[in-house]
Design a protein around this ligand. Structure first.
Ligand SMILES: [Zn+2]
Ligand SMILES: [Zn+2]
Length: 270
């Protein structure tokens, strides 16, 4: 729903919209900067690395802090520098060589005018959940296909499975085709739902966080799968099982697609 339609003004004046207006005004004040392709790429890298860093620190501390081990899915595993550095290098390389030129091409079409009004809070939440559900379905289909067709697996997805016990920085250790497919799904979904630019930003941050959490190797009491009721969300234990067993839990976040297709394997949470 477009947020600058005159007929919607009474709705847009709700408290939910007023709550986000100061934030949106601040983003809009730096519109030239925030719409630039360099910002988009730097934002994506810093958000990703920023979410990974606490887990990297925990992995370093783990051998000396036994209390941390009870939250680790593989208590005796800690990634070495020889595993961490190629992962970080791959993320930087992909962003410079593939993501930046594509963002530049998109930007060269001309900047899209931003609405003056902030999105309504509930609408933002609905759109973020909608985008996550769509992304989950699209990646599930992509993922099943890239496991079932040996050539697709070998050529495009095997790289992501190099680390059987995953860790935060392994999240984006993937082929360029896989990374660009994920980016394409993101773009399609926010366009399909006509998300407000602030919603797009929030969705990207959420999506990066959830993907890092999926690979973190830590199952904390506040992990997303423990906050979402009825086992609707698989999260870190489910995705870890996918990395170790290959033939189950193909959806990145939610459990309904794997349940429907009989590929759900429950990781009994401690
Ligand atoms: Zn896989
Ligand atoms: Zn993975």
């Amino acid at each position: 729903m477009s947020s600058h339609n005159a007929s919607e003004l009474p709705i847009l004046c709700s408290s939910g919209q007023l709550l986000l207006q100061p934030l949106w005004d601040r983003v809009r004040a730096r519109e030239a900067l925030t719409q630039s392709p360099l910002f988009a790429v730097l934002f994506s890298i810093t958000t990703y690395v920023g979410f990974c860093l606490p887990f990297v620190v925990l992995d370093v501390l783990c051998p000396w802090v036994p209390a941390l081990r009870r939250y680790k899915i593989h208590p005796d595993f800690s990634p070495t520098a020889r595993q961490l550095l190629p992962c970080l290098g791959q993320t930087l390389y992909q962003h410079v060589v593939f993501v930046f030129p594509l963002t530049l091409l998109y930007w060269a079409r001309g900047p899209a005018p931003w609405p003056r009004e902030a999105p309504e809070l509930l609408q933002l939440a609905r759109h973020v959940v909608g985008c996550l559900l769509l992304f989950d379905a699209e990646f599930f289909a992509w993922h099943v296909l890239h496991h079932k067709v040996p050539w697709l697996y070998r050529t495009f997805h095997k790289m992501h499975h190099q680390n059987t016990a995953s860790f935060a920085l392994a999240t984006q250790y993937m082929s360029a085709w896989e990374l660009l497919s994920l980016g394409f799904f993101d773009m399609v979904n926010v366009t399909l739902l006509q998300c407000h630019p602030l919603t797009v930003l929030v969705f990207h941050v959420f999506n990066i966080w959830l993907s890092v959490e999926d690979h973190s190797g830590y199952d904390f009491p506040w992990s997303t799968h423990r906050l979402v009721p009825f086992g609707w969300y698989g999260g870190v234990r489910h995705h870890d099982l996918h990395h170790s067993q290959f033939n189950c839990n193909f959806a990145p976040y939610f459990t309904h697609w794997d349940k429907l297709l009989g590929t759900l394997r429950s990781a009994h949470a401690k």
